[in-house]
Structure formats: structure tokens, C-alpha cells
Design a protein around this ligand. Structure first.
Ligand code: GDG
Length: 467
């Protein structure tokens, strides 16, 4: 398709981040969308994050630094059923292979459908004839279909930030076929990895009866959809700068001083069962048990800001980790050493960057993860002359790209313990060689690459881009 210079980009996601100016550091994704919206004079639409007594569809527009955001408030029942319900109690666990945690309730399904219809009704009048629409993530799967029903013939893309589950697993979702069929309303569907893409193709060909042409286009009825693997990156340049900023240097010093000559192992994750924190603590405990001579040579700093606290499975994982960190510390601590510093709060990005840089090991061990940006941030923050070692779960989407990390099976405490030993003993030349290869990867495919790769497929606007 030829790029139309008149096309605007309409990004739609559950939550929206307005630019925060020079002082407020933001995640790479927010920065990437804002840059895209400036380039294409677009609008970023989504839920404000706020409740309202009655849904009116009234849009709150804000314009800041060349970016227009448009947000709506949702009723408490919508938030319960759509966000805390279907999105985070049904789809999130199921798509992360946790069928044991998935809750199937008709009320959630109805709420999800209702909110997607409300979003469609609200955003539809904002979409002009030549606009291109890009919908984000599992909260909004049926939105494209709802927009088509409302006469929207624009180019529309969808990106899934979490894994796509295997076919047999997805079949356990009531009305899975209907839900997946709505996805075919989009023109382009993006996943982080080949693995998720293949699982999606399996489902639509084997369960929905779609066919696939040689270039990977999926055909079902009158729809033809391009499904691609398009791995997200971080804003690598910005993160390197953050890691060498004055504030990061101060944090680095503070960490080194408090480490008192010991090696720091760091983990940074939203407090989520998919991130494998329990298994990480158990793997680290295995290391302490198997290598008593190394015990007081290291410590683990686990930063885990709480998330989705209204959902029962998140309350339970939090309680489990409180108990487990307490037990491990009680069992192995000495008067001058504690094995785990477990911190339930978030930190500014430049502080995180300084902590990453001070850490000899980045321990990133999700049980399942669409991509995992922490793995990439850890690499970007390292000192090129003396880099640390990334230990990465095979089940993170990032493992498909980051083959020079020490890859582990997070379910195996022994493998995790061995990987820690290997990383601590790794000679400097091997650390540098592995880090360089990882860094090359995240420099080449950063968040800008990701955004351009997807919009190129959607808008056909940049032939010069290497794919
Ligand atoms: C979803 C998918 C996919 C964490 N603690 C703090 C903090 N963070 C930041 C990290 C990182 C981000 O949050 C987490 O990103 P992840 O990729 O690890 O995970 P999800 O939130 O689950 O994101 C995931 C991603 O979407 C993008 O497609 O990679 O697979 O699950 O940037 O640094 N940031 C600050 N303080 C903290 O304490 N400032």
C-alpha cells in the first residue's frame, strides 16, 4: 500500500500516557507512541484510569508537546468486569499458560464486550477517512471488529504485547473462536516472537479453518490479514544516557557502598505471578544451599512494585513472596548480611538504571513473558569495559533474540543455581563478548525500529527501513 501523507495515526490502548516534559522520565513505549503521534499528527485514545458514576462517552482532550490524547472515564462495574475481570482474571492468566488461575465468568465476558463497544462508539467519530488505526493489546481484541460494524473501513492494526497461547490451551476459553475471529477485522496483527505468531497461525488455520498464502497472509471469508512477528525494543540510546546520568552515578555509588564488596544480583519486575519471582527465590536459595562458601559474597536485590492488587491471584503471590523472602532471610542471614533485599516499591528510571549498572548479574526469569523489557534495559545500562551477566528465562519472548545471555529454565532451581555460579565465575573477556553481541541486538532493534516496522506494514510508508 502506498503511504498517504495525509494519514493520521490513531493509537488506541487501555491506558494513555501524556508527555511528561523534561523532568518526568517515561517508559520506551510511551515515548515511541508520542514520537509517532507527533510525526503523523495523531491521537492517542484510551481509558483515563478514572472511574465515573455513569458512562457518558465524554472525551477529555489534552494537547501537550505536539501530542493529542483523548481519554474517557469508565464506570466502576466496567472497571471490575472489563479490566480487573476479563482482561486480568481471564485473558492474562490464560495467555500466560496459567489456566489454573484463569477465571471464566459470563459477567466478565459481557463487561469486556460492553466496554469495547463503548470505546468503539466513542472513538469512531474521531476517525477520519484517511486515518490509520493501531490498537494495542489484549484489552481491546474485539475493538477493530466493533469499529468495522460502525462503518470504519480504515487500515487497522493490532499488536499483542503478551504471549499467544498454544491452540489446545486457548480452546479452554469459552467462546475462544468468536473472540479470535474478531481479530481478523484488523489488516495487520503483530506479535513479539515467531513462537507466538506460529501459535496464532495454528489456531486460525486448524480451529477456524483459515488458509494461509505463501507470504503468510491469512485468509478467512472475505478477510485477508497479515500476521507478523515484530519484536519490541527499548529506547536504547535514552537508556544508555540514563545509566550514565548524574543521578544514576549517585545510585551506582550508593549501591556499591552498601554492597560492601559483595556482588549484587538484581531483579526488577512488576509483582506478577508470570514473572517467576517465587521460582527465582527458590533458585537463589538452591544456590545458597549448594554453595555455602559463596553465601556472603553475594546478595539479591529484588525490586517488585505491586500491581493489580484488586485481583486475588496477585494478593496471593504477594503473600507467598513475603513469606518466602522472610523464610530465606531468616534461615541464612547473619548479623552482617541478608541474602535477599526485597523491595515493594517503584523507583525512577534513572535510579533503576544506576542499580542495573551496579549489578554483576541481571536475573530475569519469567515463567512466560511476551517480550520482557527489563532484560534489554539491564544490558543497555552496563559498563562496556566491565559488563555484568544477564541470566534470562528461555520462556521470555526476549530469549528468541538474546541468545548470548545465560539462558535458563526458571522451573529448575538447580539450573538457576548453576547459572548464578557460571555468571559469577565468568571471565571478563567472555562477559564483554556476550554483552557486545546483546548490545548490538538492542541497538539495532530498538523501540523506534519496532514502531516503524509495524507502521510500515500498516501504512507502507518507509521502503528504506531494513526489516
Ligand atoms: C508487557 C508484557 C512486554 C518495573 N519496575 C519499575 C519500572 N519498571 C518498568 C521496567 C520495564 C517495565 O516496567 C516492565 O516491562 P516488561 O516488559 O518487563 O513487563 P510488562 O509490564 O509485563 O509488559 C511484556 C511489554 O508489555 C512490552 O511489550 O515486554 O512481556 O508483559 O520498562 O523498567 N519502572 C520504574 N520503576 C520501577 O520500579 N520507573
Amino acid at each position: 500500500m502506498e503511504f498517504d501523507p495525509m494519514s493520521r495515526l490513531i493509537v488506541i490502548s487501555n491506558r494513555v500516557s501524556a508527555p511528561k516534559g523534561q523532568s518526568g522520565a517515561q517508559g520506551g513505549l510511551a515515548v515511541a507512541f508520542q514520537a509517532a503521534l507527533r510525526e503523523y499528527r495523531g491521537i492517542w485514545f484510551g481509558w483515563s484510569g478514572e472511574p465515573t458514576d455513569e458512562f457518558t462517552g465524554q472525551i477529555n482532550f489534552q494537547r501537550s508537546e505536539g501530542v493529542t490524547t483523548a481519554t474517557v472515564d469508565l464506570e466502576a462495574q466496567d472497571i471490575d468486569e472489563y479490566y480487573n475481570g476479563y482482561a486480568n482474571r481471564t485473558l492474562w492468566p490464560l495467555f500466560h499458560y496459567r489456566i489454573d488461575l484463569a477465571e471464566f465468568e459470563r459477567g466478565f465476558e459481557d463487561g469486556y464486550q460492553r466496554v469495547n463497544e463503548r470505546f468503539a462508539d466513542t472513538v469512531r467519530p474521531l476517525i477520519e477517512q484517511d486515518d490509520v488505526v493501531w490498537v494495542q493489546d489484549y484489552h481491546m481484541i474485539p475493538l477493530g471488529h466493533e469499529l468495522r460494524k460502525r462503518g470504519c473501513n480504515n487500515r487497522m492494526g493490532f499488536f499483542l504485547h503478551i504471549p499467544w497461547p498454544p491452540r489446545r490451551l486457548l480452546s479452554s476459553l469459552p467462546h475462544a473462536a468468536e473472540l479470535v475471529t474478531t481479530l481478523l477485522a484488523y489488516d495487520v496483527i503483530g506479535f513479539h516472537t515467531d513462537e507466538w505468531l506460529e501459535a496464532f497461525r495454528d489456531y486460525v488455520t486448524l480451529d477456524l479453518g483459515a488458509t494461509m498464502s505463501e507470504d503468510g497472509t491469512i485468509h478467512l471469508g472475505d478477510r485477508s490479514v497479515k500476521a507478523i512477528a515484530c519484536p519490541i525494543g527499548i529506547d536504547t540510546k535514552e537508556f544508555v544516557e540514563a545509566a550514565t546520568s548524574t543521578s544514576a552515578r549517585l545510585t551506582y555509588r550508593r549501591m556499591r557502598d552498601s554492597a560492601d564488596g559483595r556482588d549484587l544480583i538484581v531483579g526488577v519486575d512488576r509483582l506478577d505471578y508470570s514473572k517467576g519471582l517465587e521460582e527465582r527465590f527458590l533458585g537463589y536459595e538452591r544456590f545458597l544451599v549448594d554453595h555455602p562458601e559463596q553465601r556472603k559474597e553475594v546478595f539479591l536485590l529484588q525490586i517488585a512494585p505491586p500491581s493489580r492488587g484488586e485481583v486475588g491471584s496477585y494478593q496471593r503471590i504477594r503473600a507467598t513472596l513475603d513469606a518466602l523472602s522472610g523464610r530465606i532471610n531468616g534461615a541464612y542471614a547473619d548479623i552482617d548480611w541478608v541474602p535477599i533485599r526485597y523491595v515493594n516499591q517503584g523507583f525512577p528510571r534513572h535510579v533503576l538504571a544506576g542499580i542495573y549498572r551496579a549489578a554483576r548479574i541481571g536475573l530475569v526469569t519469567p515463567l512466560r513473558d511476551g517480550m520482557n523489557l527489563v532484560a534489554k534495559e539491564y544490558v543497555a545500562a552496563q559498563d562496556p569495559e566491565d559488563p555484568g551477566v544477564l541470566i534470562l528465562s528461555r520462556f521470555a519472548g526476549a530469549a528468541e533474540q538474546m541468545k548470548d545471555a545465560v539462558l535458563v529454565n526458571p522451573y529448575s532451581a538447580e539450573e538457576m543455581s548453576d547459572a548464578i555460579v557460571q555468571a559469577l565465575a565468568m571471565p571478563k573477556d567472555e562477559r564483554i563478548r556476550r554483552w557486545r553481541a546483546l548490545m548490538d541486538g538492542i541497538e539495532e532493534k530498538d523501540v523506534l525500529w519496532w514502531r516503524r516496522r509495524f507502521t510500515q506494514e500498516l501504512m507502507g510508508d518507509d521502503d528504506s527501513l531494513a526489516v
